[in-house]
Design a protein around this ligand. Structure first.
Ligand code: ADP
Length: 255
């Protein structure tokens, strides 16, 4: 069977509940990845959640960027420990890869990173990528790994990026503010206005909002790749799409 490489990005809002890491959701996500691997997918995971995990150990004020950097440093090993425990249940190994956006500005560094990612995947190990927040705070301040994950998908040669969000799709307007918002099932182009709209993070941990997701989709479409935006709370839409080939919910960005 033909192997498809995909990147799955999961945001802080999905991974946390009442300020703590939502272990049941991590388990559901890991179960999904195990199922995808059984269907010959190669899966790279981009996971946020380090700041929230750190905050459960040391409740520093998160409004301050330096504190968020420190919390990410505290929380990253805890987050990986949780992933390791869950992947073990399914007989899989996972690994930690910390990147900063500027890795992709250097061909040499990108090539080095890709060799490591390829080698992990060849050995059936799941790379879990996050921004290295102590040296690079771009996504910590704004983006919540949305843009990083688009770069990961492109430069590590994945056909598709799946963004698992607190919202189940892209709508014609913000569904949390307008009851009559309609889901866009397939998007083939994104307008300049949509790409430059006001940033709308929905949650104290989320720093991205829909705009960084659209920017990621735009980048990937321009590079001949696809993006699926789907719910991270209920994984049935993403499962239907990737395992059964049925587009029930979520938004597919494809040019
Ligand atoms: P996450 O943390 O899950 O990655 P965010 O909370 O940062 O996601 O961004 C998703 C939020 O963007 C939604 O909850 C929603 O309130 C807001 N949003 C604004 N406009 C739209 C739109 N047109 N379609 C979908 N969501 C939108």
């Amino acid at each position: 069977m033909h192997t498809q490489r995909i990147v799955i990005k999961v945001g802080s809002h999905v991974l946390t509940e009442d300020g703590a890491i939502a272990k049941a959701r991590i388990l559901a996500l890991v179960e999904l990845i195990a199922e995808l691997k059984a269907h010959t997918y190669e899966v790279i995971l981009v996971s946020s959640g380090a700041v929230a995990a750190g905050h459960t150990l040391l409740p520093l004020d998160r409004s301050n960027v330096a504190n968020r950097q420190a919390l990410a440093a505290i929380g990253q090993p805890l987050l990986l420990k949780m992933y390791q425990e869950k992947f073990e249940k399914f007989g899989h190994l996972c690994s930690q890869v910390l990147l900063s956006a500027d890795v992709f500005e250097s061909d040499k560094h990108t090539a080095h990173a890709k060799v490591a990612i390829d080698t992990l995947l060849e050995n059936s190990v799941v790379p879990i990528i996050n921004e290295n927040d102590t040296v690079s705070i771009e996504e910590l301040v704004f983006g919540d790994n949305d843009r990083l994950s688009a770069h990961v998908a492109h430069y590590f040669d994945a056909q598709m990026l799946v963004i698992l969000s607190d919202i189940d799709a892209f709508y014609d307007k913000d569904p949390n503010r307008y009851d009559d918002a309609k889901r866009r099932a397939v998007v083939t182009a994104i307008s300049k206005e949509e790409l430059e709209a006001e940033h709308t993070p929905n949650n104290e941990f989320a720093t991205g909002g829909i705009v960084t997701k659209l920017q990621s989709a735009d980048f990937l479409m321009k590079h001949g790749r696809q993006m699926l935006l789907a719910s991270g709370f209920d994984l049935s839409d993403v499962k239907a799409f990737l395992v059964d080939g049925e587009h029930v919910g979520g938004t597919l960005f494809i040019s």
